[in-house]
Write a protein that binds this ligand. Structure first.
Ligand SMILES: Nc1ncnc2c1ncn2[C@@H]1O[C@H](COP(=O)(O)OP(=O)(O)O)[C@@H](O)[C@H]1O
Ligand SMILES: [Mg+2]
Length: 359
């Protein structure tokens, strides 16, 4: 079936990330846009590119004028304003347009890493102990060292460097001041869980599959903290870039693979994700998995996390894109059925299983 699909994204432009030399991450969205566009052509869909820039009211008008079957949502927030990420799915919902991926409330929640951690902890899903600190509250620090100081509300490894891992009060103070000044959401301090690092992508609405798991493998020289820094992702002349590799599928026992998949799935369900999302996890010394972060709008550029895992599952990139679109369309159909059933005083459970049997 020939579908009309709009690819909606944040058009890269100069932003505050220039000052932090972090502009490369902003431009990264174009890799996903180009690849999804290409896949849509391959799938014989009618594709239109919809770049968005502020002010939001103008962007909203652009969305309101769309005559499409589905919106492929690659919008990560206006450049330098990650907190605007949920505005697009909010508007699309209001406009009654079908769109891919997670709903606005999930995107909004995930942008506050501290809130997600509270929810995870309250449900018994392990996540590192944490504190929110600013330069005035530093003397209330009560975690043990080493810990990591990171922005509370950023993604794409913005604000993450070797210096983020701190082992004494002087470096803690330096990083809290730096992060508080540079990133509007403030500083999140977590116990540093330094074991093996994995990420897993969950796909589905009511029924799910967990794609083959990736491991981030560090070959850094001794003394350099092992973590996925901004340099590892975006600066191809850095020691981190050269010594941070992704293995997919991860070399793990079937039991460990199941443990990782179960943890990712539990997180996906608990937070109420739909379509697709990636969960970042890390083991402690005893082999216990900790959820580091939920990415309900993960990068899907070819070669990165979710796309690579889909490939390892045997999907071509076009098939992966097609599946994401089908899930969006099915969810819409399912939501309509649910509303109808709920009005008649029944639950939506029957519709759930019937509509997703294919996944
Ligand atoms: N508590 C932690 N313990 C160990 N490593 C961590 C912790 N928090 C973050 N990291 C490292 O920093 C990277 C980026 O952190 P994350 O919270 O996932 O931020 P982003 O949203 O930028 O991806 C992780 O992939 C991991 O390598
Ligand atoms: Mg992450």
């Amino acid at each position: 079936m020939r579908r009309r699909v709009a690819v909606v994204y944040n058009e890269p432009y100069a932003s505050r990330y220039d000052d932090a030399c972090e502009q490369k991450a902003v431009e990264g969205v174009m890799e996903a846009v180009t690849a999804v566009h290409q896949a849509l052509i391959e799938l014989k869909n009618d594709a239109v590119l919809v770049p968005l820039i502020p002010p939001f009211e103008e962007a909203r008008q652009k969305l309101a004028a769309l005559m499409v079957d589905v919106v492929f949502n690659l919008f990560e927030g206006f450049c330098g304003e990650p907190q605007t990420e949920a505005l697009v799915p909010d508007a699309l919902t209001e406009l009654g347009l079908t769109f891919t991926g997670c709903q606005a409330d999930v995107l909004r929640l995930a942008l506050d890493k501290a809130k997600v951690k509270v929810i995870l902890k309250s449900s018994g899903i392990p996540t590192p102990d944490f504190q929110l600190l600013n330069p005035e509250t530093l003397n209330t620090f009560l975690l043990g060292y080493p810990c990591i100081v990171k922005p509370r509300s950023e993604d794409a490894s913005h604000g993450i460097s070797d210096k983020s891992v701190v082992r004494d009060f002087t470096s803690l103070k330096r990083q809290v001041i730096l992060v508080s000044e540079a990133y509007s959401g403030g500083a999140l301090i977590e116990e540093f869980v330094g074991g093996r690092e994995f990420n897993a992508t969950v796909i589905g609405n009511a029924q799910h599959v967990v794609l083959p798991v990736s491991e981030i493998v560090y070959t850094l020289p001794p003394g350099i903290p092992k973590l996925l820094t901004f340099a590892a992702k975006w600066e191809n002349d850095s020691i981190y870039y050269d010594n941070t590799k992704v293995h997919c599928p991860a070399e793990v026992t079937p039991e460990v693979r199941q443990y990782i998949a179960d943890t990712a799935l539990a997180t996906f369900r608990l937070i109420g994700c739909s379509g697709y999302a990636r969960v970042d996890m890390r083991m402690d010394e005893a082999g216990k998995l900790n959820v580091i972060e939920l990415n309900p709008n993960p990068d899907i550029s070819p070669g990165t996390g979710a796309a690579r895992q889909a490939e390892a599952a045997g999907m071509s990139y076009a098939q992966f894109v097609d599946l994401i679109i089908k899930l969006a369309l099915e969810k819409k159909k399912h939501d309509r059925q649910n509303t109808h059933l709920d009005r008649r005083g029944q639950t939506g459970a029957d519709a759930d299983t019937a509509a997703y049997a294919r996944i």
